[in-house]
Write a protein that binds this ligand. Sequence first.
Ligand SMILES: [Zn+2]
Length: 434
Amino acid sequence: MAVQIEPLFTAALGLQAPWTVERVDLDTEKHRIDFEIACAAQRLICPQCGAADQPVHDRMRRSWRHLDFFQFEAWMHAGVPRVRCTACGKTSQTPVPWAREGSGFTLMFEALSLSLCKGLPVRQAAQMLRVRDKQLWRRIEHYVTEARAKQDMSGVRLVGIDDTSLKRGQNYITVAHDLEAGQLLFATPGRDHDTVERFALDLEAHGCERTAVAHACIDMSAAYAKGIGKSLPNAQISYDRYHVVALANQAMDEVRSAEWRTESQRVNEELGHLSARERRSVLWGMRRNPSSWSSTQIQAMHWLQRANLKSARGWRLKMGLREVFAHARTHNDAEQAKVDLKRWISWARRSRLDPFKRLATTLKQHFDSVIRGMLDNRSNAFVEAMNGVLQQAKRAARGFRTATSFIAIAYLRLGKLTHLPASPFVRATARAAT
Ligand SMILES: [Zn+2]
């Protein structure tokens, strides 16, 4: 006795008249299920001009990959009608309700691929879905572009602008975040002042006046400050803690490497003839927080702290600046922060260590913006968190790491885009309480 499974699958695939499942072929050896879809209509609306009741001219054979049915790879096939319109004279293919025009995947399959790529490296998602990763990249770029076009940015007031590099020290990308919404707004190749103008134009294209941006948190590069001056005229600048402390780390590294290079003998005497491994231990101990020192580093740093070396003074200066920032986080008082920072600047200027003297000059020049950054915990925390997530996005783009693909995956993961297709495995309606 034949069981009528076609109507069942017509319903399961969500098809409506004139579309129905005509035949189902299950191949248990190839783990494949094929649905033959038929369109019963002889007359249809013209897809070009909308004229009703136009004759079907012919049918074009097409196939789409769909979500797996259990362990079976599912495909849909149909002869898609072309309508020859008597009103506009054009012959054109009628759209199918389950797929975008020109796509070889159904909408549900595409929605699933997007939600997988939010959490998995794209190459891995491609393996799971048994497609080429290039096919996924094309879809990510398509949907992200479409969703961004509809995005409303009219409420943006506080922004953070930062750079990240695809390869260590090269291929820079500028990223701009909404610090209140915790959302990536814009990313563009380069890190010169023009990138800020591109961001301002993009804000305007999404309903936000550039003059509405009241605050920008940035690193201490002159390019962004210049760009903000030109393109976001009402934004007050603050320098974020993460980047300022990074500058102190750089100054300390400069002092240490110069001293170890030029006064190797004295360093050896002071530190008691270290092996290469112990030297590395000092180097990393100096960069890391004392709370995360390994036991070897504790040992090594014990000697450094007692040594009469420039490196030791550099390390104390760096720790001192960290302290100023940590203190500001607890008291959150502008006057106290100013007193502490001034004291540090004068210490650094008297240090006879050129990299720290230069840093002191920089901090003095941008004093107010540095103070603002010390007190703005929200932006600091966010910039740091963002750095981690951007690293994940880079890993997600492994094997396909171009600026375009990185930017697309960053938007997908951090853009909080509201117009992306939802995962087919999330219920659109709430499950009834039981
Ligand atoms: Zn027409």
